[in-house]
Ligand binder design. Structure first.
Ligand SMILES: *Cc1c(COP(=O)(O)O)cnc(C)c1O
Length: 398
């Protein structure tokens, strides 16, 4: 069987997705981001966004963007190494390095590309990459990708989610390889649970490995200054490479890598996903810096969000007795299981005015379809209490 479809197969393939309840399509918003959004003329409470601090439409950021467009224009015009690096890119990079407690930082057009650049730039032939089974798709894609010469591909070993004993056995078997690279999400995007960064730091020193931590969901939210889960777990300096995004809690677009000066310089010179793409528009850099200002100036946003998330998890798990997997964060899944039941629940919630997405394979494993609630600092507790009422009703009913 040839698994590579010919063009006339596309409609069959789509029909097949449809039958399995896995065909997806866009939901078009008629409004900007916020805790309430206009979807096809109806206002829905938005529990489906990564805009955790409510910055995507924040007036300070909008103002910073307008000023930056006036000063720098819109486009960056070229890739970073050609003529796309403006003063504002350099300013954002030094700001991010300071924020992350690193020597240097490198901005990429998205967080997806930041993972591609970091992993493909650092791992090559003779190296072994160790991945948590539930790592984000961008980490998987980065690790499995082949460079121009197929021989450059590193070996990839996947360990079960948070099974660090298994990781240790894999590391032990890989002694003597050129370089060992452990990559993990800090907060897992579909389960909302934490990697044990202290354990990973210990393993990486014991086995002389490099540790890359993707802080996409933690940046701006977790840690005393909002620097990420590594800050909250007090292991910031022990992490070799931190990846983050400007697109979630920071409310805009872009990704970054923070590491030693040498690692960053190496990536600038070799990481194809960084080199062969146009620089981020200067106004996006301005937006990110305005967001970092807000993170610094208004710690109440993240502290309130963390407190509200703890209360909400307790209500869903303890109060309603629903399965929230191992969530410890503002990402709160409700594990349902079958695809059709999950889609049905998501529709019922939408009927009742709440946008709560159904997350299905291939994003999550088969049989683990779920509703995924993400909270925002601007959500009101009274609104969440209404959601809990509706959840209680629809999740109990068959
Ligand atoms: C969203 C996400 C990314 C990608 O970031 P973008 O800026 O949206 O491209 C990378 N890693 C993780 C863990 C994510 O959740």
């Amino acid at each position: 069987m040839n698994s590579n479809p010919t063009p006339q197969d596309w409609s069959d393939l789509l029909a097949n997705l449809e039958v399995q309840g896995l065909r997806r399509s866009f939901r078009i918003l008629e409004s900007g981001q916020g805790t309430y959004i206009n979807v096809a003329g109806r206002m829905l409470m938005n529990l489906a966004s990564n805009d955790y601090l409510g910055l995507a439409a924040h007036p300070c950021i909008v103002q910073a963007v307008k000023e930056a467009v006036d000063r720098w224009g819109w486009g960056a015009g070229a890739s970073r190494l050609v003529s796309g690096t403006m003063r504002i890119h350099a300013d954002l990079e030094s700001r991010l390095a300071t924020f992350k407690g690193a020597e240097a930082a490198l901005v990429c057009p998205t967080g997806y590309q930041a993972n591609l650049a970091a992993i493909r730039g650092l791992a090559g032939r003779g190296d072994v990459i160790f991945l948590d089974k539930l790592n984000h798709a961008s980490i998987i894609d980065a690790s499995l990708a082949r460079g121009p010469a197929r021989l450059e591909a590193p070996v990839v070993r996947v360990f079960p989610h948070r099974d660090y004993r298994r990781l240790e056995r894999l590391l032990d078997k890989a002694k003597g390889t050129r370089r060992r690279i452990i990559v993990t999400d800090s907060i897992f995007s579909m389960d909302g649970d934490f990697a044990d960064l202290s354990m990973l730091v210990e393993l990486k020193s014991r086995y002389d490995a490099l540790l890359i931590v993707d802080e996409a969901h933690a940046t701006g939210v977790w840690g005393e200054h909002g620097r990420g889960l590594a800050e909250a777990m007090d292991v910031t300096e022990k992490i070799d490479v931190a990846v983050g995004t400007l697109s979630k809690a920071l409310g805009g677009l872009g990704g970054f890598i923070a590491a030693s000066r040498e690692i960053i310089d190496w990536l600038v010179n070799t990481a194809r996903p960084f080199i062969y793409t146009t620089a981020l528009p200067p106004a996006a850099c301005a937006a990110a810096m305005a967001a970092l200002d807000l993170v610094e100036r208004e710690p109440g946003r993240r502290l309130g969000l963390i407190r509200m998330a703890a209360w909400f998890r307790e209500q869903v798990a303890g109060g309603l007795g629903l399965d929230i997997a191992g969530s410890c964060s503002q990402i709160i899944p409700i594990i349902v299981g079958p695809v059709d039941r999950t889609v049905e629940l998501s529709r019922a919630l939408e009927e009742a005015g709440f946008l709560v997405p159904a997350i299905r394979p291939p994003t999550v494993p088969k049989g683990k379809s779920r509703l995924r609630i993400s909270l925002c600092a601007d959500h009101q507790q009274t609104d969440l209490a209404r959601l809990l009422d509706v959840l209680g009703t629809v999740c109990r009913k068959r």
